[in-house]
Ligand binder design. Sequence first.
Ligand SMILES: Nc1ncnc2c1ncn2[C@@H]1O[C@H](COP(=O)(O)OP(=O)(O)OP(=O)(O)O)[C@@H](O)[C@H]1O
Length: 263
Amino acid sequence: MTGASLVVTDLRVEFSGFVAVGGVSFDAHPGEVRFLIGPNGAGKTTCIDAVTGLTKGTGSARLGDEELLGKQVHKIVRLGVGRTFQTASVFDELTVLQNLDIAAGLRRSPVSLLRARRGVDPSIEQALEETGLAGELATPAGILSHGQKQWLEIAMLLVQDAKVLLLDEPVAGMSHDERTATGELLQRIAAKRIVLVVEHDMDFMRRFATRVTVLHQGQVLSQGTVAEVQADPQVQEVYLGTAGAATTAAMAVVPEPLKPTED
Ligand SMILES: Nc1ncnc2c1ncn2[C@@H]1O[C@H](COP(=O)(O)OP(=O)(O)OP(=O)(O)O)[C@@H](O)[C@H]1O
């Protein structure tokens, strides 16, 4: 395992006296696909909002030696922490390549954007390859499929050389094939980076998670491997009580062995 880890300790976030996150601790290391799951309102998005500086939190969120809490959003981005949102935030009218250029900070004048290009920046080429978007270079982002838009967002984080990718419900609304492709993509990029996925999709979690933290009402209910959290009676109780039989059935399926990631 190489690179710094993300270590969140006793994270607490309040909104006007309402405790949304009440002392949550978890860590995430390069080389694993880390999941944060839990019912609606459990505090998952608030945790990543606090880590990325969008919401104020107390406690600690360290990336290696750097404390993230209390830093401004752009400084956290500069430290290599990137995130996606539940709704893809790409520029629909620009091509895939133009979106990636902007993400890479290679802003060009409107004239040079219109000029024929000599070549593609190597970091962009690599991100296109990794995300399977190499054939979509000139496609306007607005006409990409839902899955491809999410992959473009991930590619934008890769060209920024993000060390930490915090992904909020990356497979929501995707087809089965797109979910599988996304899981495989996450396994590939996690080989050298920290990947933390907030998800509702239990089948996706079961197939691709290395370790899981289950949140409930702003607290850690359980953490461990997929098999360990599935076997936890507290997790079963929360999902029985709040998420219905479909989720419970998905949680109960024995996990498939993980494919080894390539380095
Ligand atoms: N800006 C805010 N002001 C007040 N309350 C908020 C704010 N943001 C979140 N909350 C509340 O904090 C709690 C946790 O919300 P959060 O969005 O983190 O949950 P979640 O686990 O991500 O849920 P979901 O899966 O539905 O996205 C919820 O009760 C939510 O209503």
